[in-house]
Design a protein around this ligand. Sequence first.
Ligand SMILES: Nc1ncnc2c1ncn2[C@@H]1O[C@H](COP(=O)(O)OP(=O)(O)OP(=O)(O)O)[C@@H](O)[C@H]1O
Ligand SMILES: [Mg+2]
Length: 410
Amino acid sequence: MVIVDDLHLVKDIVESCDYQRRHLFNAVIVALLSKAHAAGQRLAFSTDNAPPPLANRAHTWDICDFTPADYQAICSAYFDPAIARRLDFGEIHRFAPNLNAHQLRKASVWLSHELGADTARFIEYLTTHNLASNVEIEEVEPVDWNDLRGVDDVIEALEAKIALPLEDRVLAAELGLKPKRGVLLAGPPGTGKTTIGRALAHRLKSKFFLIDGTMIAGSANFYSSVNRVFEAAKRNAPAIVFIDDADVIFEGEHGERGLYRYLLTMLDGLESESAGRVCVMMTAMEASSLPAAILRSGRVELWLETRLPDEAARASIFRDKISCLPATIGAADVAVLAAASRGLTGADLKAAVEDGKLLFAHDKANGKQLKAPEQYFLAAIETIRRNRRTYTKKKRPQLTEALSIGFKAE
Ligand SMILES: Nc1ncnc2c1ncn2[C@@H]1O[C@H](COP(=O)(O)OP(=O)(O)OP(=O)(O)O)[C@@H](O)[C@H]1O
Ligand SMILES: [Mg+2]
């Protein structure tokens, strides 16, 4: 008998070439099976997904998903019995129901050296070691809800309808809570959509999966990468798939219709129980730039809108960023700045603060007479407005419209 281990890895290599080699892999498998059959030999394959020729011709056995008792059996091999008894494998299984034996062994070996290891620590380990997420959390700028101003209603909805059902496993199990299936986060550029994604990534850690423009630009196998993200999210359900700038992805050069149809199926919930617990959150500058079928069908269950910050929100953004600076510049009157920055986005305000600091530093370094601190920021605001006017004139009509809608919002 010949055993072929990890057949899916061979398939990945064959199919990840830059030029089309579709069906080549299946042709090789067919030839191999025929040869073995003629020679009276047996072949045993292990794979995560049987390619069609194997599924048709071979006997197949599925290895079922692990139960809490399986988790216990595997982990107990590495833990001191006293620690193993302390661990609530039902709870660990509820948190991450699709861990494989490698992951369980790794976690157990690591934690077996900690005398105080308990269920909470086990779950913390799973969370911080990115067992499933495709996001390197260390590389995501650390943000939390407090960094975002003027979007309290959005944050409240996200807390109640997404974060709570994902985080409070006991309450979620008791009440059968499910995070929303489809969420749309729409708003003008620079109003905090990606930042909300970053905050969620830090909050939900291994339960957070990201699809963004880099996947399209960076890979010849866009669909298989997207599919892999969804598969990983389903395995780690409940989980969230965050599709940043979905409007840009859909309108992509080649019109990513495959992704769009795939999403419809995902959101339809015709899939398994675990897929039902995957929340798909899309961001877009305007809801109307997403394919109509997604919006019409009721597949988006929660609509959230990020807006331009109002005067109070602008004042707190300035306060956050300026009051920590040395007094010569940090004493700037934020009320004046807030009043002068009507219509600017959160991103613009951040840029105004950075530019104002540079102008101040320039004067200081050149020994010039220093102005009142807010003057530097007001000059920066004026430059941003000027750039905005030139930029808006040159823009495609679609985008101009998005901006003007945003301006009217206040
Ligand atoms: N409401 C806000 N409060 C505080 N800071 C904000 C706010 N909105 C945006 N910012 C800041 O502006 C910057 C840009 O925001 P972000 O990238 O999240 O915008 P976006 O909505 O994703 O824009 P785009 O549509 O262009 O992708 C971030 O650094 C963020 O901290
Ligand atoms: Mg963004």
